[in-house]
Design a protein around this ligand. Structure first.
Ligand code: IMP
Length: 201
């Protein structure tokens, strides 16, 4: 069975290859399909965006497709930035600008009210197949950036049960507990069932 990973992001492709290793599945990246251009993420939810990406790639290739979308949901901000996490402080925002905006919006909010969660949604689309796998990590937003690893909101996010941020973890540790790892483990079970014929349209 072949599966196309609907992302151009090398970092994601490698993480997915790592977690899916051992499956009787040939994983292809979008690099094999240069005719598929950038897919605009204009949905209202993470589910909409993940589905749109997987559906677009499936329609173009005819091969089972897997896409993810992730957001940081901050309780004190009513769940923002959520689906807008990448462009929280503007269309071409840098990670640093987004982190500064988040710190600004949470200024004066006490530690116990700074709860947040990372939510990763994976869509798997194929012929008559429309599956969703979700991975969440609850935690909190600290009041200064800490750590140099990772990307995005990593320097501000501390997962429950840890006193270091995602950006202070080595990549192996983060990838063993992250929202994306949790969603991918669920996606792996779905792909295993599909490959084994245990789950059909
Ligand atoms: P995407 O859907 O994976 O592209 O993620 C959207 C945005 O969420 C990114 O631009 C990052 O700002 C943020 N994000 C996603 N995953 C992570 C993560 O593992 N750590 C920190 N930020 C993340």
């Amino acid at each position: 069975m072949e599966v196309v990973i609907a992302t151009h992001n090398r970092h994601k492709v490698e993480e997915i290859l790592d977690i899916m290793s051992g499956l009787e599945i040939e994983l292809l990246s979008l690099d094999s399909f240069p005719e598929i251009g950038e897919i605009v993420e204009d949905g209202d939810t993470l589910e909409d965006n993940a589905r749109k990406k997987a559906r677009t790639v499936y329609n173009a290739t005819g091969i089972l497709s897997l896409a993810d979308d992730t957001g940081l949901e901050v309780a004190a901000l009513g769940g923002r930035p959520g689906v807008y996490s990448a462009r929280y402080s503007g269309e071409h925002a840098t990670y640093e600008q987004n982190n500064l905006k988040l710190l600004g919006e949470l200024k004066g909010v006490p530690a116990e009210k700074r709860t947040a969660k990372f939510r990763c949604v994976i869509s798997i689309i194929g012929n008559g197949i429309d599956e969703i796998a979700v991975g969440e990590v609850p935690g909190r937003i600290i009041d200064e950036v800490r750590g140099n690893n990772g990307f995005g909101y990593d320097p501000l996010f501390m997962a429950d049960g840890y006193d270091i941020t995602y950006a202070e973890m080595d990549s192996e540790t983060k990838n063993s507990l992250s929202h994306r790892a949790r969603a991918l483990e669920r996606a792996k079970t779905i792909l295993k069932d599909l490959a084994g014929g245990n789950r059909t349209a």
